[in-house]
Design a binder for this molecule. Structure first.
Ligand code: PHE
Length: 401
């Protein structure tokens, strides 16, 4: 049965399972994985792109027979990009679907809101893209497949100071975002250590639409550039307003800029700006280009970094599952048989084994680079700097950890 199934595509697999079910012999088995993210709201492209990447990886896995013949079923909840909703989404998934693991979130503040629930319940979580250090500090069940902001901030500061020769930078950060305040701090630490000066620092709150007061204050201090560690919707508006106020220098940012919406909102104002990111769409690496080809065939658009990280997070999880399922008892415990879930005790053991297997991830060839999970459950990977242009984001340089 297992050998036969591994040759069949996903559709035939479920068709077979259903036949077996209606024949009254066995009920279909499935492995349930949860996913929470911003499918709507001001950060909707974060959740949507991530979901696309995760869906692609899951489809590929199930087409190859899933985990030992058992398909993975994703249950997805929208949290609208809000921390309270992130916690609600995760409790819903936990009580309703009893997943063996959960993928998400993108925004660090949302991951921080839900991670304690997963830790307490002993359910492994892999964030594809939350970069604030506190996320994985929530406990030994919480992982990520991306680098963290002390590194991203350092990379951005080195690029600003050394590559661009900037000496005097103003900062506008989002005080509602752990990501933004953290990245502002790490950028400042390295930039000033290198000899640069922070001309001024101002704050806003996610969702604000008028940034003129803060920008007027910053521009009066004559900075060479503005560092804006925020998310794309706010950044696009900030760039436009800064240009309206006469600011001519470049804008710099972090991975939170990564959305096709950035240039739609920021338009001409944001062109020629630079940001640090996890992946560059024009990276000639065959692993990257192979992923882009598959992604474009399915979604008819180029994947952003979130899509690539979503894909990688699911791949890392499925590789760990395959390891765990080598033990037939564990394979049984990972899967639910239709309406009859695995026993609570078995499920607990499977989640713990999965946690251990994720922790052992080493040298996994991801689209966003080689993934090795370190002792703090983070991945150490290079960052890229890209330039925002009318033809899309262009690779500028890679910065090693
Ligand atoms: N790193 C951001 C955070 O922690 C989220 C993000 C990652 C946004 C990648 C865009 C691209 O909040």
């Amino acid at each position: 049965m297992r050998t036969l199934l591994s040759f069949l595509p996903a559709l035939s697999l479920s068709a077979l399972a259903l036949t077996a079910c209606s024949g009254g012999e066995t009920l279909p088995k499935e492995i349930v994985v949860g996913e929470y993210g911003s499918l709507t709201g001001a950060e909707a492209t974060f959740g949507m792109s991530t979901k696309n990447g995760i869906d692609l990886a899951t489809e590929e896995l199930n087409a190859k027979g899933g985990i030992g013949g058992v398909p993975v079923r994703l249950v997805v909840e929208d949290d609208q990009g809000k921390p309270e909703e992130a916690a609600t989404a995760v409790s819903k998934i936990l009580s309703r679907d009893r997943p063996v693991a959960v993928l998400g979130e993108v925004a660090s503040t949302n991951s921080l809101a839900a991670a304690p629930l997963l830790q307490t319940n002993g359910v492994p979580m892999i964030s594809p893209s939350s970069t604030n250090p506190k996320v994985t500090e929530q406990g030994d069940f919480i992982f990520r497949v991306c680098f963290i902001d002390p590194f991203q901030g350092t990379a951005g500061a080195k690029f600003a100071y050394t590559t661009k020769g900037l000496r005097n930078v103003g900062i506008l950060k989002d005080v509602k975002s752990d990501y933004s305040t953290g990245l502002a701090q790490y950028f400042t630490e390295t930039f000033t250590k290198l000899g640069g000066v922070i001309a001024g620092e101002e704050a806003y709150s996610k969702g604000d639409v008028d940034f003129k007061a803060q920008l007027t204050g910053l521009i009066a201090k004559n900075p060479d550039a503005l560092f804006i560690p925020g998310y794309y919707t706010d950044v696009g508006l900030i760039a436009r307003q800064a240009r309206e106020l006469g600011f001519k220098g470049p804008f710099l940012g972090g991975d939170g800029w990564d959305s096709a919406e950035l240039t739609k909102i920021g338009a001409d104002a944001i062109m020629g700006s630079f940001f640090t990111n996890h992946y560059a769409v024009d990276d000639p690496n065959p692993v990257v280009q192979g992923f882009i080809t598959k992604y474009e065939a399915k979604y008819h658009e180029k994947p952003d970094g979130l899509a690539a990280l979503g894909y990688d997070s699911a791949q890392v999880l499925y590789a760990a599952m395959a390891e765990v399922a080598k033990d037939p008892k564990m394979a049984e415990a990972l899967a639910d048989r239709s309406a009859i879930p695995a026993t609570e005790e078995g499920r607990k053991a499977a989640r713990a084994a999965l946690r251990d297997a994720i922790a052992k991830t080493a040298g996994f060839a991801g689209v966003t680079g080689n993934i090795t999970i370190d002792a703090a459950r983070n991945a150490q990977k290079p960052a890229v700097v890209v330039e925002v242009t009318a033809e899309g984001n262009k690779f500028v340089e890679s910065i090693a950890p």
